[in-house]
Design a binder for this molecule. Structure first.
Ligand SMILES: [Zn+2]
Length: 468
């Protein structure tokens, strides 16, 4: 069983990423074709163009002999992708989901009560390994099947061991009675134990609240007040399945009650009306969109309208279980294409999509002072995506090629908090086969415990998976 902890992750040291097309996402630095990113002990020390001698120079004599030099020729070098809403806990359900009784919600509802804290940790490890492989270096672990404190700890252990950065959005057990509060005391216990040195400062905390439609008014008010009294950012679903009529949250009344604001992230808002979009904009409320899952069951988000209103919009994976893949490149491509089809406005660009998947995600999570751009002084979450192979070459505008032709499998290099976690297209610290085998075995066991006689694949008792 993979039981990696942070102490077993690669050392940080000094890393120079050289020769790629450096897309800094920093307005002052711009793009640096053939540029270099210099990383020391987890911090971006310099970003420079060796030919033009621009950027913050670091003298060669200051480079230790054992610096790792990574050749990023043929790649776009950019900040790691930032996901802003992802239910890590149900990742192992991927593959079970289909249509009818095998649709996402029936399967989730059926199996959620049977998940143990161990199953949750295995699920989180699968998602985190896939995130690493796909260049997602920060995510918002949106936990809405938190059945006891040890489930929260299971998530935190998996995140800490992964080397990635996350907000943990503390929630409640799936289908918790609307008249019952989530475990507010344990939210503060979790903060004391995991936010800080225990996670190397890589875990931050928020709350995933059910809101006015899914809790009784007194519970809703208590939970909202608790979050604000403790300075915890709030996230809430406001989606709506097409088969349920599309709507289930009342943004107007939330606005009237002072519940919206810059500390609130609304997930989906696929069916927001023009008046609701104005309200979200004037209150500074954020939106997280997960277009790949929204298209499947909710509808098409009005992305261009949200951006035109000035609403901070970021991108998210939502769940692997629907099923989908943690491919931010695919997400950017499809989202851009569908928005071009949806709207007469044609001003959304590949470059804008990249900002949504990096710097705007960091802003959404309140981490843009630490990550989201390749700015000297920020933490070193850096990736490189190949744009010179079959499927993408010849690249003329490397950024457009990356967004419109790239896939997660093109992510060649992943550095998270200064550690190289993927190099030459291979994970360095995670045994992908061990992770996927463990996920398959855990799913088989979960289905058995739930008393569900469902075929899992061609093997006798295990689903068929690929390590990717
Ligand atoms: Zn969700």
């Amino acid at each position: 069983m993979p039981t990696l902890d942070a102490a077993q992750l690669p050392d940080r040291g000094t890393v120079i990423v050289r020769g790629g097309y450096v897309l800094t996402l920093d307005d002052a630095l711009g793009d640096l074709p053939g540029g270099e990113v210099v990383i020391r002990d987890g911090t971006i020390e310099a970003v420079r163009d060796p030919r033009a001698a621009t950027g913050v120079a670091v003298g060669p004599s200051s480079m230790p002999d054992d610096a790792t030099v990574v050749d990023a020729t043929g790649c776009v070098v950019l900040p790691g992708f930032v996901d802003t809403h992802w239910h890590l806990w149900n990742s192992i359900l991927r593959g079970l989901i289909g249509d009818g009784e095998r649709a996402y919600f029936p399967v989730k509802n059926r199996l959620a009560p049977f998940l143990t804290a161990h199953d949750t940790e295995v699920s989180a490890r699968l998602a985190l390994a896939e995130a690493t492989w796909a260049g997602i270096t920060t995510l918002n672990d949106w936990d809405h099947n938190l059945r006891a404190p040890e489930y929260a700890d299971a998530n935190a252990r998996a995140i800490t061991a992964s080397g990635l950065r996350a907000r943990y959005s503390y929630g409640n057990a799936d289908k918790l009675d609307p008249g019952r509060h989530m475990d507010l005391d344990d939210v503060l216990r979790f903060r004391d134990e995991w936010v800080g040195d225990a996670s190397e400062g890589r875990i931050s905390l928020g709350v995933a609240l059910r809101g006015p439609v899914r809790t009784e008014p007194a519970v809703c008010r208590d939970e909202w007040d608790f979050a604000r009294a403790n300075g915890l950012p709030i996230t809430m679903h406001c989606g709506g399945r097409r088969d349920e009529g599309g709507r289930y949250c009342e943004l107007a009344s939330m606005g009237a009650q002072g519940m919206l604001g810059p500390d609130v992230q609304i997930v989906h808002a696929v069916h927001a009306t023009p008046a609701e979009i104005d309200l979200l904009a004037t209150t500074g409320t954020h939106i997280s969109l997960s277009p790949l899952t929204e298209y499947r069951s909710m509808g098409i988000p009005p992305l261009g309208d949200l951006l035109a209103a000035g609403i901070p919009v970021s991108l998210s994976i939502d769940t692997l279980a629907i099923p989908t893949t943690a491919d931010m490149l695919l997400q950017m491509n499809v989202t851009l294409s569908v928005e071009r089809a949806r709207s007469a406005r044609q001003d959304l660009t590949p470059r804008r999509m990249v900002r949504m998947a990096t710097l705007d995600g960091a802003r959404d999570l309140g981490l843009d002072d630490r990550i989201g751009s390749l700015t000297p002084g920020k933490r070193a979450d850096v990736i490189a995506v190949r744009v010179d192979g079959l499927g993408s070459a010849p690249a003329v505008d490397p950024v457009a090629t990356m967004v419109l032709c790239g896939r997660a499998s093109d992510v060649d290099l992943v550095i998270a908090d200064g550690r190289i976690l993927k190099q030459d297209g291979r994970l360095t610290a995670t045994d992908a086969r061990a992770v996927t085998d463990e996920a398959s075995a855990t799913l088989a066991d979960l289905v058995r415990r739930a008393g569900w006689d469902v075929p899992l694949g061609v093997a006798a008792d295990r689903p068929v998976v690929s390590a990717g």
